[in-house]
Ligand binder design. Structure first.
Ligand code: SF4
Ligand code: SF4
Length: 224
């Protein structure tokens, strides 16, 4: 399947970063597939224009998701990538220190890097986790208006739903967030789960990828 970072990937062949990005692409595609199944059964969707999960929130990134967003920016928003590494990028968030730098309050879609967005951004609202007994569970996003939940078919409430209830109501469960995080963490065991704030992680990851692509592009000197 064609990914949104194919051109960057093709310039990274043979490197560790290629392997990480290739695997992150697979993790993101799996999430999309699992959410597609879930959303075909639980048709509850976010209220138009809601972006409360991104407002006053800036993700902390694992290496793999920082590299993916950096690769996506290089391939899809080169000008933004340049601004980020030259220090001329201005946060789109109205309170520049209080929220994600890619959050545009004036756009109804809000996220300006949607195709490259981070793991938590893909999972929030559309994933579950495990209870103490190891079974799956899910809770509707706390920002859904109660009226929207009540008018859903079937009606829902702001509470935790057990695995049995989910299968009874929807014959499906959403992707499990802990599994997705574990898969992403396993790609870079050397950093031991260390995370870095998005606004710091992304410029560093862009610089790293550009440098590796440049080295990888350089032909081997011909032997005499
Ligand atoms: S996940 Fe929740 S906060 Fe985010 S857009 Fe949907 S309803 Fe709003
Ligand atoms: S990357 Fe996009 S979805 Fe994620 S926090 Fe920033 S604006 Fe929100």
């Amino acid at each position: 399947m064609k990914s949104q970072i194919d051109r960057v990937l093709s310039r990274l062949r043979g490197t560790r970063e290629y392997d990480i990005l290739y695997s992150m692409t697979g993790i993101y595609e799996t999430i999309t597939t699992q959410q597609g199944v879930w959303m075909s059964k639980c048709t509850l969707s976010c209220p138009t224009g809601c972006g409360d999960c991104c407002d006053h929130f800036e993700p902390d990134l694992m290496d793999g998701e920082a590299l993916y967003l950096a690769a996506w920016l290089i391939e899809n928003q080169g000008e933004t990538a340049e601004k980020l590494i030259s220090g001329t990028f201005t946060s789109l968030h109205p309170e520049s220190e209080a929220g994600c730098i890619f959050f545009d309050a004036d756009s109804p879609w809000h996220c300006t890097v949607y195709g490259g967005r981070c793991l938590i951004c893909r999972l929030f609202g559309y994933s579950g986790d495990y209870g103490k007994d190891g079974s799956r569970r899910w809770k509707p996003c706390r920002f859904y208006p109660a009226g929207l939940l009540e008018s859903n078919h079937p009606p829902l409430m702001h509470r935790q739903y057990t695995e049995k209830e989910l299968y009874d109501l929807f014959a499906a469960v959403p992707p499990a967030m802990p599994d997705c995080i574990e898969q992403a963490l396993s790609l870079t065991p050397d950093t031991a789960g260390k995370t870095v704030q998005l606004r710091t992680a992304i410029p560093a990851a862009i610089r790293k990828l550009l440098w590796i692509m440049q080295i990888n592009d350089t032909p081997e000197p011909e032997s005499a």
